[in-house]
Write a new protein. Structure first.
Length: 390
């Protein structure tokens, strides 16, 4: 990162900074001031940049190294610089790799070591894209930030912003944006809100632009080959060792090699001979114990959500609510009740047990995000009744 009068990282890395003169909501105009477009090198962010630049809005392009810049990452930045020259858009590069290590990678490793199953993408949106990267954009004179997320913003009659689902249900990313404070999201712009991924890819090609990163991965960007276990071993974090594997009745049937190697709902890799398939039901960190059981033991009637981010005041929540406790889950109806700073959630029908540390997002029936938070406990009995809490 650098101050306005310092040498830009783009120059330090040898990259020339260019200084050329519905339900899904809307991308919204940039309004007064300058709009920064976060460009990773992928299709979505590049389409957002091209779309905004061709609309005549005053924009700048901002690329960040979240991992230490190597030859491949520098080549992506060089390619983006060339595209920005073609568009006549100022281009800046920020090296945020140390911030990313501190804010994303370290907490990810510590979460696994403490028995949780973290969601680094949601944390990255809050701490990095709409945190450190947005701060860098402001230093370059921008007061709003556009990204290639498939999500939308709507404003009510009082001008208050609301995060809503994007048009493309197969790519909607409102789930991963739910931890970003609504005050920050109010300064965001999502040009792809009303577009579909397949159309974006085709249109970008028709406009004559090729993304420097044509192949997109949904894996964790800092974990090679999506092998988080090897990553944790190489990271050097203190990881708990072996312990007992118990059935729900307390009977020991094996030994595990570390709770961090397992997640709730896991079946493969347990290597326990038994009369029926077994699944990870719970991780007792205090006793370093892995609890397993048959598939029906995974069903629970609710969970508790902590570290919450309320995007719509709870006083304004409608009576009918739905929740997602994982990205690919179909939204399910729930009732909720606040218990101090914790949100107790009751499912209308038993659902697979969500993993502590994962993200729970509450929506209304129109796809508006009401709140997001981390699952802290999912041990409600599958036979517990659902009582009205509103």
């Amino acid at each position: 990162m650098h101050a306005a009068n310092a040498t830009p990282p783009s120059e330090r890395h040898g990259i020339t900074a260019d200084t050329a003169s519905p339900r899904h909501g809307t991308p919204e105009s940039s309004g007064p001031g300058r709009l920064a477009v976060a460009v990773s090198g992928g299709t979505d962010s590049l389409m957002s940049l091209v779309q905004l630049a061709r609309s005549g809005q005053p924009v700048i392009a901002l690329h960040a190294f979240f991992l230490p810049p190597d030859q491949g990452r520098l080549a992506v930045a060089e390619a983006l610089a060339g595209i920005c020259r073609r568009l006549g858009v100022p281009f800046f590069v920020e090296d945020l790799s140390q911030v990313f290590d501190r804010e994303i990678i370290t907490p990810f490793a510590l979460a696994y070591a403490s028995g949780l199953t973290p969601n680094p993408c949601a944390r990255c949106n809050r701490r990095m894209k709409f945190g450190a990267l947005f701060e860098a954009a402001r230093r370059h004179g921008a007061d709003r930030l556009a990204t290639g997320h498939y999500a939308g913003l709507k404003r009510d009659t009082q001008g208050r912003a609301a995060l809503v689902r994007g048009l493309d249900d197969t790519r909607d990313q409102s789930y991963f944006l739910s931890l970003v404070p609504i005050e920050v999201l109010g300064q965001a712009c999502f040009p792809l809100a009303g577009q579909r991924k397949t159309d974006v890819r085709q249109r970008l090609a028709q406009l004559g632009f090729a993304p420097p990163l044509p192949c997109e991965s949904r894996d964790i960007c800092f974990v090679s080959d999506n092998d988080y276990k090897q990553f944790l071993l190489e990271r050097g974090v203190a990881l708990p060792g072996e312990g007992p594997i118990l059935l729900e009745n307390g009977h020991e049937i094996g030994r595990h090699q570390g709770l961090w190697r397992h997640t709730i709902g896991q079946r493969r890799g347990l290597r326990i001979p038994y009369r029926e398939p077994l699944y990870v039901v719970a991780k007792d960190v205090a006793r370093n114990t892995l609890v397993v059981g048959p598939q029906e033991a995974l069903a629970v009637s609710g969970c508790r959500v902590t570290a919450g981010n309320t995007l719509v005041s709870a006083r304004e929540w409608p009576r009918e609510l739905v929740i997602q406790t994982c990205y690919r889950m179909r939204p399910r109806p729930v009732r909720t009740a606040w218990q101090g700073d914790t949100l107790a959630v009751r499912f209308f029908e038993p659902l697979p047990r969500p993993a502590p540390g994962q993200l729970a997002v509450l929506y209304d029936l129109d796809g508006r995000v009401l709140a997001g938070g981390l699952i802290g406990d999912s041990s409600f009995s599958r036979n517990s009744p659902v009582r009205a809490s509103r």
